[in-house]
Design a protein around this ligand. Structure first.
Ligand code: GDP
Length: 272
């Protein structure tokens, strides 16, 4: 089975989350629908979001790289969506903390990072926009380190991997010199190396935690979530357990998985 990594992206508004995901999707071998591939920004697909310029609705993307399936989980950039942040982070085993190379970490970054650390997620720091003439990556790295210290990180967490990037140019590297960077591969390499693979057991009974539910005119209610254990098959009978613990049997009419930003039909999906 193809190895999986589940990674959330944490960033202050405008620090370049959309641009980075865009660069990752473009460089990976993931098939994109032509219309999507042509759009300038692919993750900001929601109208309200575009108007307000903030990521409110969490979405997912799935990218293939070097034989791995990397699920990218968008996190809301605002502390106002605290409940949602926690729910969404449960989908991930690690996260990218994306910080602007001029501005450094911001208060909202702190809130989501605290949640991620509380949940024991491995963190990779990406210092973005190093192409800007007023970028100050050393200062920003110091400030980011201070933030981890303030959040009482242990030594292992403080030893985070740093990647420098210009998401806009689709480039990244392990030091801040833009002219030595070729492409965005260091981000992929680090995700595969530093973020643990999910530890589910496909021989155990099916357990899936749902993080979002939305309506679809053709398919009815669609639940998105993470399979912690077991295997799920299209057409299978499942037991739904609600918040108060009541159990009801349902038949699954359709099963889908992410490819790029699209959902594609699948017959069977297993835990990583
Ligand atoms: P988001 O709010 O975190 O999704 O941020 P966006 O990806 O929408 O980026 C915000 C702005 O920063 C846009 O105008 C981008 O073009 C710009 N931007 C993103 N990445 C870079 C970068 O690496 N270098 C420069 N110079 N600008 C960038």
């Amino acid at each position: 089975m193809i190895p999986i990594r589940n990674v959330a992206i944490i960033a202050h508004v405008d620090h370049g989350k959309t641009t980075l995901v865009d660069a990752l999707l473009r460089q990976s071998k993931t098939k994109l629908k032509k219309d999507i591939a042509d759009k300038e920004f692919i993750m900001d697909s929601n109208e309200i979001e575009r108007e307000r310029g903030i990521t409110i609705f969490s979405k997912n993307a799935s990218v293939e790289w070097n034989g791995h399936k990397i699920n990218i989980i968008d996190t809301p950039g605002h502390a106002d969506f605290g409940g949602e942040v926690e729910r969404v982070l449960k989908m991930a085993d690690g996260c990218l903390l994306l910080v602007d190379a001029k501005e450094g970490p911001m208060p909202q970054t702190r809130f989501v990072l605290r949640k991620a650390l509380e949940m024991g997620l491995r963190v990779i720091v990406v210092i973005n926009k190093i192409d800007k003439p007023d970028a100050r990556p050393d200062y920003v790295l110091d400030k980011t380190f201070d933030l981890f210290v303030e959040l009482e990180s242990d030594d292992k967490t403080l030893d985070f991997q740093v990647i420098y990037a210009s998401a806009k140019q689709g480039k990244a590297g392990y030091d801040a010199s833009l002219n030595r960077m070729k492409d965005i591969s260091p981000v992929f390499e680090t995700i595969v190396k530093k973020i643990p693979a999910p530890s589910g057991d496909e021989n155990k009974p099916l357990q899936m935690l749902i993080t979002t539910i939305f309506g679809d005119n053709f398919k009815g209610r669609i639940a998105t979530g993470r399979i912690y254990n077991g295997v799920i098959r299209s057409g299978q009978e499942i037991t739904h357990i609600n918040r108060s613990g009541e159990q009801k049997k349902y038949r699954l009419v359709s099963l889908m998985t992410y490819q790029g930003l699209d959902r594609i039909d699948a017959d069977i999906v297993k835990t990583g």
